[in-house]
Structures are given as C-alpha cells and as structure tokens.
Write a protein that binds this ligand. Structure first.
Ligand code: SAM
Length: 367
C-alpha cells in the first residue's frame, strides 16, 4: 500500500490583503487597538535564515537542507522597509528592532540601518533603533553598525558552559565567540548590552547562576526568558518552562536581589537589581505572567506581512500594497485599520491545547 502524504499548510502563505479604508484617517501618532493598546514598537524581520539551529527555535529536524527559505525576490527591499517604517512612525512607533532569522546575515544591513536612522518621530526625536543577534558576526560588524546609527544591540546566549551552549545552538558554536562579539559591541559604544537567555528545564537551567555570575558587575543585563510555544516545531511542553519566579529565587539566594520599577509602561522584562549595587537582571515571563494587556508591538515579516501577535496564524500582506499602485496615505490608513482591528491576547488564553495549534515560526516572524 502506498503511503498517503497529507500536505501541511504553510502558514507563511496564510495572509490577507489589508483593506484600504475609503476615507483614510490622517496619522496622528495615537493609534489604539480593540483593547486600547498603543502602537509603540515595530519588530522587523530582515531574513528568515539563521546560521544557528537552536533546538527550541529552528530544530534541524525541520530546518534542514530541504526546508524552503524565502527566495530573494520575495524579501522586502531596504527602500520598501524604510517606506513602510516611516508610515508606522507616523502612527506613533518610536522603537524599532531588527531581527530574524539572524539579522546580521542580511547583506549590507548597515545600509538599511542608515536609512532607518534617518527617520524621526513626529516630535522630531530620534527613534530607538535596536537589533537582536546571536553575535556570530558581531565582532566583525559592531563598529560599522554603530557608525550606521544603530543605538543598541541585544545578544542571545543560552549558557556559559560550552557543551550546553553547543548542544542548544546545534552548530558547534562556542561561547567564547559570543563573548568576543559582546566585547566588540561594548567597545563600539553599545554598552550596556542586554543578553537574552532562553531557559529550558533540564537543558540549561543549571546555567542560570553561571550566567548571572559572569555578567554581574559587567554593566550588561542578562534577561532570562521563559521558553515559549512559538511556532509549531519546537515540541513545547509546560513542564519545560522554568517560571521566572523560580529564576529570581535562585539568583536571590545566591547573590541577593531587589525589584526595580519598570523603565516605561509595557516594558517586557521585569527588572531586578543586585542588593550590593553590582548591576541588574531581568525576567521575561510571557508564559507564567502574560503581558498581553499592554503589548504595543507589531511585527513585520521578511516578505512584508504584518503580524499583530507573536503567536499569530496569519499576517496582512503589505508587500502587495507596496508593490501595487498605492499611495503612502492609503498604506498608512491600511496600517491603522489593521491595528484598530487587533484583538490578540494569546498568552492570556494559552492552554496545552492552544500550544499545539499551528502558529507562524519565530524564525520567520522575528523574535
Ligand atoms: N538570531 C537572532 C538571535 O539569536 O538573537 C534573532 C532572532 S531570535 C528568533 C530572537 C530571540 O528569540 C532570541 O533571543 C531567541 O533566544 C528567542 N527565542 C527563540 N525561540 C524562542 C522560544 N521558543 N522561547 C523563547 N524565546 C525564544
């Protein structure tokens, strides 16, 4: 008997063409969604490719040599990204984060940064222009990124112990090279640098204290992230999540911590500082303490689909508008309409059942 192969829907193609309102509302920088949430941050994925195969994000079993990454022609060009971003800024976006995939793999990324750094808010203030990276190319590129106008970098690092880190990145990449990248970024003027560690029980939770110890007193800020059920390929189970509460307890017992007020409403990380004054750590608790109620983030995929939630299953196809004969006013109005219709609050309604639903992959939508 021949085996029947059931094709799995590729969510990257599940998109809607944004509606263009008949009477476009003028951008006044004050958009609110269906739950009264402002539009403040735009995360821009510049590539769906990565040179790591982190087991919790791009497992080799799925992202192998047969996986079809996006073809070059479908990527937004730098000019398209900048045009769209300018329209988002008109609607109140003040913070941009370039991500991916691995954003430093996108050729001439400095040119995009230069273009984005030329944008300003309606009040004329510069944008907060940041980038998240695995740091594999940071040593080589830190200076040029800074010169292009990047304001901050966040580096991902999941362990201090080489064997644990290599098991997680699954491409044999050593900790020392990430640390070199962090040093280079610091020398280029990016300090203090935020360092993201995804914590998975039984995989790297024994690295919480070594990470805290290493960066304590360095000026850099480690942020411990709860392992999330993004996408549908990382085999997420609630049992794998180490609640932030537990992370804080462990660090508190070892070094002594006290809580600090957030920098601004909607900040994703809860802040804690060492009682001896030697710096700060953060925890991002999107599983155990969801922060949907003040989520102000929109996400743009590499090919120009707009997603209003990290856990979305469909996007809005802005590339078709950019490449169609639409004016800035029309595209800006379409952005406003998508945001006005936003009702997402996935992390508040997460259950074991929702976790198995098909969702767009993190490497596609951007972290
Ligand atoms: N390649 C870049 C990097 O490594 O930082 C940017 C993209 S990566 C998808 C962005 C962030 O998402 C990283 O800090 C990564 O650790 C985090 N991430 C990926 N999958 C995750 C998951 N299932 N749960 C929590 N964080 C995750």
């Amino acid at each position: 008997m021949t085996e029947r192969i059931i094709p799995i829907a590729d969510l990257r193609y599940q998109t809607r063409l944004p509606a263009i309102p008949a009477v476009p509302a003028a951008p006044v920088g004050l958009l609110a969604d269906g739950r009264g949430r402002r539009l403040h941050d735009l995360r821009i994925s510049v590539t769906d490719r990565c040179n790591f195969r982190c087991t919790y994000c791009m497992p080799k079993s799925v992202f192998d040599k047969d996986y079809s990454f996006l073809p070059q022609a479908s990527l937004l060009t730098f000019e398209e990204i900048t045009r769209l971003t300018r329209l988002f800024v008109g609607h109140g976006v003040e913070k941009l984060r370039l991500t991916g995939g691995e954003p430093l793999l996108r050729k001439n990324i400095e040119k995009l940064i230069e273009q984005l750094a030329g944008l300003a808010t309606a009040a004329g203030t510069p944008l907060d222009l940041t980038l998240t990276t695995n740091a594999s190319l940071l040593r080589r590129k830190a200076k040029a990124l800074r010169a292009a106008g990047l304001t901050r970098v966040t580096v991902s690092l999941d362990a201090m112990e080489d064997a644990v880190f290599k098991r997680m990145n699954d491409v044999d990449f050593p900790v020392a090279d990430v640390l070199d990248g962090i040093d280079a970024a610091d020398r280029a003027g990016f300090g203090p640098i935020k360092i993201n560690m995804v914590v998975k029980r039984g995989v790297n939770d024994d690295q919480i204290l070594p990470m805290a110890r290493h960066f304590k007193g360095s000026g850099h800020i480690v942020r411990f992230i709860e392992f999330m059920d993004v996408g549908a390929s990382n085999g997420w189970r609630m049992d794998d999540v180490v609640p932030s509460r537990e992370v804080i307890e462990r660090i508190d017992q070892a070094f002594g911590l006290e809580q600090v007020d957030p920098n601004y409403v909607g900040e994703v990380a809860d802040r804690w500082r060492y009682r001896d004054g030697s710096g700060e750590v953060g925890v991002i608790s999107s599983v155990t303490e969801p922060f949907c109620s003040d989520c102000s983030r929109a996400r743009l995929s590499t090919e120009g689909r707009l997603y209003t939630c990290l856990f979305a299953d469909h996007g809005h196809d802005f590339r078709s508008l950019l490449r169609g004969n639409y004016s800035d006013d029309q595209i800006g109005a379409a952005i406003a309409a998508v945001w006005a219709g936003r009702d997402d609050r996935y992390s508040e309604i997460r259950t074991a059942e929702t976790a198995t639903r098909r969702k767009i992959e993190m490497s596609y939508i951007g972290g």
